[in-house]
Write a protein that binds this ligand. Structure first.
Ligand code: ADP
Length: 513
């Protein structure tokens, strides 16, 4: 059986072989460099104090390890192969062919090292002596930089982001490869970037940039836009990608110097949202149609019998009128019955409306500012968030009393109408202003929603609150009439400014709690 080699037997052997009394272990310890002795099977059999400190293990711990335990996992297999080759032709030489070598410390951090290898034959067995030198600070820093770049690259790949650095003074852009890839173009200047932005989104991009470089606006660069790439130049087919940009501006003496940030490809998410929105719209339209149909048939059902009776009594009245002499008694009875049936019809309609409205509106004390914020989130979630928002809320607004969901519904409806109007008119900058004011005399809060779309001409304006009036190809025309009914059910009023010329300006009021 092969005698197991340990540090004592090696030391003894070295002492016997040596003419002077200095022990092998003493020599081993005296060396400045970290020294590790490894046997042919790769097991560590000796390590001096410097090596123990460098690796973070005690001698006892090291002597239980295979040398590969001191190498990062990713190089281990390769090193085992390398060891076999070395033992086949052992000679004194540096390890790694000038490549950066790394040692794995016990706590997991990696240390850049130079290693030289020397074969040592003791008791007819071959050992390999490793002398380890930590590489100088500069190489260490280079290594750390390389490692952090590699990490950054991996993270960028994982989260699918590109990086940009805009020189605001010269309007030059540095972007990494990923961003170039996303933009499908070489982007060296701001104008190059603007050139690939979808024409509908350019004004929004420019507005976000102007805001970011304005020292009074906080220096945040945040915008979402489409990049248009020519996927197939011959067929002139264009491909759209959605990018979201987050950046932060650095200012120097009150002037924007640079904006550094990331750009993320959100095309897939946008496509999913669009599809979802389409489904939601279709379901909502279907639902509204069914409600309209049911309401119409309920009305028809309620009015059918009084109308039939009125028609019959009218005939009797006509008949009595044509009699000579005129049958005044029958005519009077018939007209009286007509009147009663008409009253009955009105009463039935009133009952039906009461039933439909359920006559009770669950109201609560509400912070109107908060309801507006929630409605904005809902509108965004519904795909109606592509506008610049100017919010003018009143911080000390007293609470109102209303039904939260109904007021949210009205706000979403008005925002949605505004966005649709601006989209269809393809305005260069879509903006919605929402303000809240106090009408102290009336003890009401007033909310105004103002857009910069095409507005509404006086003829159309007369009809917009009528049920089923719409100018949209797929509209149902019940949004405004329902909104008005909901606001009135909550004790307020909803109207549109007829004199406003630059877009549409809707207002509604709600009573304070
Ligand atoms: P729908 O949106 O289904 O058409 P609405 O009752 O909400 O139903 O709106 C009725 C009509 O009022 C719309 O078709 C449109 O012509 C007009 N309208 C509403 N809001 C606006 C707006 N902000 N700007 C321009 N027109 C508007």
């Amino acid at each position: 059986m092969k005698e197991s080699v340990n540090s004592e037997s090696i030391t003894e052997h070295a002492q016997k072989a040596s003419p002077n009394p200095i022990s092998f272990a003493d020599l081993f310890e005296a060396v400045v460099e970290a020294m590790i002795l490894v046997d042919a099977s790769g097991k560590i059999v000796m390590a001096n104090a410097t090596a123990q400190e460098l690796c973070g293990y005690t001698l006892n711990e090291l002597c239980k390890l295979e040398v590969e335990a001191l190498i990062p996992q990713r190089f281990r297999e390769h090193h085992r192969e390398y060891r076999k080759h070395y033992l086949a032709h052992p000679r004194k030489r540096p390890m790694g062919n000038n490549r950066n070598l790394v040692l794995l410390h016990r706590d997991g951090h990696e240390i850049g090292v130079d290693i030289s290898l020397s074969p040592v034959t003791l008791q007819h067995q071959i050992y390999v002596l490793l002398a380890l030198n930590t590489v100088d600070r500069c190489s260490q820093a280079e290594y750390a930089l390389h490692e952090s770049q590699e990490r950054l690259w991996l993270i960028k790949q994982m989260v699918n982001v590109g990086i940009f650095d805009i020189d605001c003074v010269n309007r030059r852009i540095y972007c990494d490869e990923r961003l170039r890839e996303l933009c499908g173009n070489s982007i060296d200047e701001m104008d190059d970037l603007i050139a690939v932005v979808h024409t509908d989104d350019r004004a929004r991009c420019q507005a976000a940039y102007d805001k970011a470089i304005n020292p009074r606006m906080g220096g945040e660069f945040r915008v979402q836009f489409r990049i248009v790439q020519n996927s197939d130049l011959q067929s002139d087919q264009q491909q759209e990608r959605w990018l979201t940009i987050f950046g932060e501006t650095q200012f120097e003496m009150g002037k924007a110097k640079r904006i550094v940030g990331i750009a993320r490809d959100v095309t897939q998410r946008k496509q999913r949202e669009k599809k979802l929105q389409q489904y939601r719209n279709e379901t909502e339209a279907l639902f509204k149609q069914q409600v309209a149909m049911l309401t119409a048939s309920a009305i028809a059902h309620e009015l059918n019998s009084p109308l039939t009776a009125i028609s019959a009594y009218s005939e009797v009245a006509l008949h009595a009128l044509n009699e000579t002499p005129t049958d005044c008694g029958s005519m009077k009875n018939a007209i009286k019955s007509c009147f009663e049936q008409a009253q009955l019809a009105g009463h039935k309609l009133y009952e039906l409306l009461n039933f439909l409205q359920n006559n009770t509106v669950e109201s609560e004390v509400l912070d109107l500012n908060q309801v507006i914020e929630d409605a904005l989130l809902l509108a965004r979630g519904d795909g109606y968030g592509d506008f610049i928002l100017v919010l003018d809320l009143e911080s000390k607004l007293p609470a109102v009393r209303a039904n939260r969901f109904q007021i949210q519904r009205v706000l979403v409806n008005l925002i949605r109408n505004a966005v649709e109007a601006m989209r269809s008119a393809r305005v260069s900058v879509s903006e919605i202003r929402i303000s809240v004011t106090t009408l102290a005399l009336e003890k009401m809060a007033m909310v105004s929603i103002i857009d910069n779309g095409p507005g509404i001409d006086p003829e159309t304006l007369k009809r917009i609150f009528k049920p089923f009036f719409t100018t949209k190809p797929t509209g149902l025309g019940v949004g405004l009439s329902i909104s008005r009914a909901l606001i009135e059910a909550n004790g307020g009023r909803l109207w549109m400014d007829p004199d406003y010329k630059q877009g549409a300006r809707f207002h509604f009021t709600l009573p304070f709690a």
